[in-house]
Ligand binder design. Structure first.
Ligand code: ADP
Ligand code: MG
Ligand code: ZN
Length: 475
């Protein structure tokens, strides 16, 4: 049997205001080739100057993964020619990266954990974009020179599942630190997957294939699965050495297969050498001190939610996997409600009502509002059923408050025992025959009375109170 070996390289686009080596803006929705200058266009004589914000973000990530942050690191030139790279080389960090030897813990569904080693992470400049239109190709250099952190693991993962758990955890950490948007569709979190197989028990690493730029977790999982199948079939058919070579392959989502893109370059092909136009990158003690104070990370938050708000591990994990959801939840809890109710109303009720472009960051029912709705259920102002109507209404009417809506829709629950008792008496008086039958043992009729009272109160009576009163009156 085979063991799967996976190592991951992730390019994270950093959300700095300006590019890595010039003061051009990093936003991309601008007109093509407008965020450019002599430096990122590589005009002769223009010199790069390092953007310090990039080092600050590197300190944050390094701290988050318990890595060594090199206070002094260096830049190198990686030579290659693509039309979208005006320099014909990429400035990167080959010999001394800014981050080394980190760890990231992944959690399996059964509660067990595994540590994935992050070998290093380095700073590098992104290329521009080629745009193909019919038989013409154009180049947009707005993205050229945007800062990236490339985060590279050791070949520690043994299944597609482990790879996805690692990627989701890393993704979540980037979002918690707010050092990048990490939007896979838009290319600000780009994943290269290195895959090989080996006979179980073998320690040696076999030939790996690199599958590049797959833009969703689901397709990464599929790409790994088909690539593992291709390699193991080649092995079983005795053609492994002929068919599996170190190369870059492309994943085709439609056909669900990988295809050869190009032979994998060796380091020697890139002719790395120290970048002569840049000084060393220095992280001062002050900078390190300041930026290693990072916010609470997903694992710590999950554990705290379990302890402080009495959530179960699973729900706490779901809520803290997204920083936006975690913050939303915490704000809801500010209304002094139970963690369990807050979880249901966030992950079930609100979640089901967010459609299309509506998401947790722009929902018309913000955290405070949803929290106060839950509060109104807990203090018995409305029933859970009525609260769903209130929520429906609020999703369409952003300017209304919870209490205004309860009044407007007349959903206030009657908890006044006297009032409910009066309704019960009326119903009992009007159904004398059924009362007799019930007393004679037709227990099912109890539900009939509850229903009639609820109906007479137009659903506003507290069902709990109705039950209690009827039990006493009907014996
Ligand atoms: P390169 O610099 O050519 O991209 P690296 O040695 O830096 O190569 O490795 C790139 C990635 O490939 C790393 O994540 C590493 O863990 C992974 N890797 C290396 N060898 C293997 C292998 N045999 N199987 C799977 N992954 C591997
Ligand atoms: Mg690489
Ligand atoms: Zn520029």
């Amino acid at each position: 049997m085979f063991e799967v070996v996976i190592g991951l390289e992730v390019h994270v686009q950093l959300n700095t205001k300006t590019k890595l080596f010039c003061s051009c803006a990093t936003s991309f929705n601008h007109k093509q080739n407008t965020n450019t200058c002599p430096t990122c266009l590589a005009l002769p004589g223009a010199l790069p100057v390092l953007n310090k914000e990039v080092l600050q973000k590197a300190v944050m990530l390094g701290t988050a993964i318990g890595a060594t942050v090199n206070k002094t690191s260096y830049f190198d030139r990686k030579s290659y020619f693509y039309p979208d790279s005006p320099t014909a080389y990429q400035i990167t960090q080959f010999y001394t990266p800014v981050i080394q030897n980190g760890n990231l813990e992944i959690d399996f569904e059964d509660g067990s954990k595994k540590t994935i080693r992050v070998g290093f992470a380095h700073i590098e400049a992104d290329a521009g974009k080629n745009i193909h239109e019919g038989d013409r190709s154009k180049v947009d250099l707005n993205r050229a020179g945007t800062p990236l952190l490339e985060i590279v693991t050791q070949p520690d993962m043994r299944s597609a599942e482990e790879a996805i758990l690692y990627l989701k955890k890393l993704h979540s950490i980037i979002r918690y630190l707010d050092i990048g948007d990490a939007n896979m569709q838009e290319g600000s979190f780009r994943v290269d997957v290195n895959v090989s197989i080996r006979p179980k028990g073998d320690e040696k690493l076999y030939t790996r294939v690199e599958v590049k730029n797959i833009n969703s977790f689901k397709f990464i999982e599929k790409a790994i699965e088909v690539e593992v199948r291709r390699q193991s079939e080649a092995w079983e058919d005795g053609v492994y050495d002929d068919e599996i070579s170190q190369e870059t392959r492309l994943y085709d989502q439609e056909k669900n297969e990988t295809r050869s893109m190009r032979g994998k370059e060796e380091a020697a092909d890139y002719r790395y050498f120290p970048e002569p136009d840049l000084l060393k990158a220095v992280i001062s003690d002050e900078m390190f001190e300041k930026y290693s104070q990072i916010p609470e990370l997903p694992d710590a938050k999950r554990d705290r939610f379990v302890k402080e708000f009495k959530l179960n591990e699973y729900n706490a994990g779901v809520i803290t996997s997204s920083v936006e959801m975690a913050h939303f939840f915490e704000e809801m809890m500010g209304e002094g409600i139970s963690g369990k109710n807050a979880t249901t109303w966030l992950t079930v009720e609100l979640n089901a009502r967010m459609k299309g472009d509506v998401n947790i960051t722009n929902t018309p029912v913000n955290a405070k509002k949803l929290g106060s709705l839950v509060k109104r259920i807990e203090d018995q102002t409305v029933s859970g059923k009525a609260a769903k109507e209130v929520l429906d209404f609020l999703m369409e009417n952003e300017d209304m408050s919870v209490d205004e809506t309860i009044d407007k829709l007349g959903l206030k629950q009657v908890t006044d025992m006297g009032a409910i008792e009066a309704i019960c008496d009326e119903i009992i008086a009007a159904n004398a025959e059924k009362v007799e039958q019930l007393k004679a043992g037709k227990d099912k009729l109890f539900g009939f009375f509850v229903g009639q009272v609820m109906k007479a109160s137009k659903g506003s009576a507290s069902p709990q109170a109705v039950n209690e009163i009827l039990k006493v009156k009907l014996g």
